[in-house]
Design a protein around this ligand. Structure first.
Ligand code: HEM
Length: 188
């Protein structure tokens, strides 16, 4: 089908623009998706456990990550992955034609896309504020004026860590589900 299209419109400038858009979208989409899911897995399996053990010593690490704009870069990458995915979906489904979503491949791409969008919303609403707050609490605990303040701040860290123990795996599971659906959609 692709080669028939290629030979039929070999000299059409429209086809070149169409293919160029698809290539750019797919590059942004696949590279963004790799970065997003990879970062989620790395965080869940290695970084978060290491930082939990490090305790207050994790504070400076969080500060460097913040300085390096982690809380700007990660949401931007996620948004680019979602927007390029929606545009790809718009093109390949013929403007979100219902018939596309009735096919197994269309349903799989839609399921994967929905998982990623839910992961993004949950991450933005619950995980990111907790991570930011924990990054700020580290230095505050270190310079707490008295024991009562320190205990209160430590209790808040424990509460946020408890939240992350649920939210972290949930978000990463959704992202892995999205990646699995995207990887196999064409072949189901
Ligand atoms: C964790 C996030 C995501 C990852 C890792 C990811 C990964 C991928 C990969 C590797 C492909 C290429 C599959 C192939 O061509 O067979 C793909 C295609 C696609 N993705 Fe995603 N994706 C993600 C999120 C989304 C979202 C949020 C949407 C839209 C709502 C979406 C819609 C699509 C569509 C429609 C295609 C097919 C494009 C085409 O036919 O050229 N994806 N995705």
């Amino acid at each position: 089908m692709g080669s028939r299209l290629a030979s039929a419109h070999l000299h059409s400038p429209y086809r070149r623009v169409y293919m160029a858009e698809l290539i750019v979208l797919r590059l942004v989409h696949v590279l963004g998706g790799i970065f997003w899911v990879g970062a989620g897995l790395f965080n869940l399996l290695f970084l978060a456990p290491a930082m939990a053990v490090a305790g207050p010593a994790a504070g400076p690490m969080m500060q460097v990550m913040r300085q390096r704009k982690m809380f700007v870069v990660m949401p931007t990458v996620a948004i680019l992955t979602i927007l390029s995915g929606l545009r790809l979906m718009m093109i390949t489904s013929g403007n979100f034609n219902a018939a596309y979503f009735g096919t197994d491949a269309g349903a799989a791409f839609a399921f994967g896309g929905a998982c990623a969008i839910v992961a993004f919303i949950v991450g933005l609403a619950l995980a990111m504020p907790a991570q930011k707050r924990m990054g700020m609490l580290g230095p505050q605990i270190a310079s707490a004026p008295d024991d009562a303040t320190r205990t209160r701040l430590q209790a808040e860290v424990a509460r946020l860590q408890g939240r992350m123990r649920v939210v972290g795996p949930a978000v990463t599971t959704l992202l892995v589900l999205a990646a699995v659906a995207m990887a196999v959609a064409r072949y189901v």
